[in-house]
Design a binder for this molecule. Structure first.
Ligand SMILES: Cc1cc2nc3c(=O)[nH]c(=O)nc-3n(C[C@H](O)[C@H](O)[C@H](O)COP(=O)(O)O)c2cc1C
Length: 218
């Protein structure tokens, strides 16, 4: 007789095997949407983004893998004029109109106390909390690594639900933390403008490093 955990593991293996047998690869259009034709955007149409679209974005982004299933990313969606007024002074001058004209700007943060959720998120390791509880360096490294990974999933998920995206790290993290995360364990990582782009504001595509410049096979 299998206990419940073993039964769940077995069911997951069957699901994964069935999925693998489908031998899926991405349709070329999907690759255009997510990577090869998608651009970083700086100007925005006067067209709203619904809460349902933001929820659909998160439901996709949350499935990206993080170490020990830590999921340290936290998000504030800045939409109202009041919230934009608070964010604006934290940004480098050149980034202010990009945020101001975007219907939504996501502040992507990471929670240094992400480990409090590990009993639920990573039950296989009963001592997972202990790894981070009294080790601020390990907590910081893991929160930043996995929060940043989740930020990348977030941008691709946004594209997947039909949004245009423009990330920004040109701002004062300390100011954002003071304004939005004072007295909490959250730290700002980067910002993502979301909406439907005004394509007249983009620049030429810049070069990418080649496989040979970047990759080595040993
Ligand atoms: C994490 C991150 C931070 C960025 N910060 C800024 C920024 O502060 N201001 C800005 O104008 N562009 C910013 N960018 C945009 C990049 O310069 C742009 O994504 C890159 O040149 C590739 O452009 P492409 O996607 O159109 O090819 C940022 C992009 C990322 C991913």
């Amino acid at each position: 007789m299998l206990d419940n955990t073993e039964a769940l593991d077995q069911a997951a293996r069957e699901t994964a095997a069935t999925f693998q047998a489908r031998e899926l690869t991405a349709h070329p259009t999907t690759l255009e949407l997510l990577f090869t034709e998608a651009r970083t955007h700086y100007g925005w149409q006067d067209r709203d983004v619904s809460e349902d679209t933001l929820k659909a974005l998160y439901e996709i982004a949350k499935m990206g893998p993080t170490s020990m299933n830590q999921q340290p990313m936290r998000v504030i969606f800045i939409r109202s004029d009041e919230a934009k007024d608070r964010l604006e002074p934290c940004l480098f001058e050149a980034n202010r109109p990009k945020m101001r004209t975007a219907p939504v700007t996501a502040i992507l943060a990471y929670d240094l106390n992400f480990w409090e959720e590990l009993p639920t998120l990573f039950p296989p390791n009963k001592n997972a909390q202990e790894i981070f509880k009294n080790n601020a360096t390990a907590a910081q490294v893991n929160a930043f690594r996995n929060g940043t990974l989740q930020g990348a999933y977030f941008m691709l998920a946004a594209r997947a639900v039909g949004l245009d995206v423009g990330a920004m790290s040109g701002f004062d993290n300390k100011k954002v933390d003071e304004e939005f995360f004072h007295g909490t364990s959250l730290k700002s990582n980067f910002l993502v403008n979301l909406g439907y782009a005004d394509t007249s504001k983009i620049f030429r595509r810049l070069p990418r490093l080649s496989f040979d410049q970047v990759c080595e096979t040993l």
